[in-house]
Design a protein around this ligand. Structure first.
Ligand code: FMN
Length: 219
């Protein structure tokens, strides 16, 4: 039975478009597969701590040599990595902030992409010493933006540092590049009919995506 990690990164607890998209995905999935487990991680309710010098020292100390303070420092990270490891599908609801990830989502990545847990490091691999530990997961990125034209060929394609950044780091979540799906709502700041159309289209796309991925897991 697949498990889904449902993660939201919007600071807005109400009226959030990305939260609406991620909830639509989960509701649609559960309508098709009600017994699947959903693991919830809300970064607005429980913001990830920033990485500190002490955190880095703890992460690079071998497990058996960590003292109590080091284990404490890594406890948020350990819990988040356990959730990630247990999930087959990752569903991220995230806004675009300053053309990239919200800092809460970046802090989550910094907590979960960790030596010895989600990647191994070996200089004998030459120019590519980092290798992911996890594999075989799917990632669904459901995002919202105030402006528009962030598709690769769009007006602001070169300003989209959200999707490419997530896609690059997804490797260390155990997600291959061809296992990433994205749906985005644009024009939020314009609040006009283009925004309404974008929202309607995204809602339809998210439902279709959830139905097709849930069906693939049922085969
Ligand atoms: C701090 C902050 C930074 C933002 N930066 C951008 C941006 O760089 N580009 C953009 O198109 N919209 C930007 N927006 C608009 C949000 O992406 C938009 O309001 C979106 O709907 C937020 O997602 P949510 O509805 O899930 O909260 C920003 C909003 C905030 C609060």
């Amino acid at each position: 039975m697949p498990s889904i990690l449902h993660l939201d990164a919007s600071a807005r607890r109400s009226r959030s478009i990305s939260r609406t998209l991620s909830q639509t995905f989960i509701d649609t999935w559960l309508a098709a597969r009600p017994d699947d487990q959903v693991i919830r991680r809300d970064l607005a309710i429980d913001p990830p701590p920033h990485v500190t010098e002490e955190w880095i020292a703890a992460a690079f100390t071998p497990t058996e040599q960590r003292d109590m303070a080091m284990r404490d420092r890594l406890s948020w990270s350990d819990a988040a990595i356990d959730e990630l490891s247990a999930a087959d599908i990752l569903v991220f609801g995230t806004p675009m902030y300053n053309y990239g990830m919200p800092s809460a989502l970046k802090a989550w990545f910094d907590q979960v992409v960790r030596v010895g847990r989600t990647f191994s490091f070996d200089l004998s691999r030459g120019d590519w010493p980092l290798e992911p530990v996890l594999s075989g997961k799917r990632l669904v990125v459901l995002s919202a933006r105030g402006e528009f034209g962030f598709a690769a060929e769009g007006l602001r394609g070169g300003w989209n540092h959200l999707d490419p950044h997530i896609a690059t780091c997804a490797r260390y979540l155990g997600v291959a590049q061809d296992a990433i799906e994205t749906v985005a709502v644009e024009y939020q700041e314009f609040g006009d009919e283009r925004h309404a159309r974008s929202r309607d289209l995204a809602a339809t796309q998210v439902k279709e995506l959830a139905i097709s991925l849930a069906a693939a897991f049922s085969q």
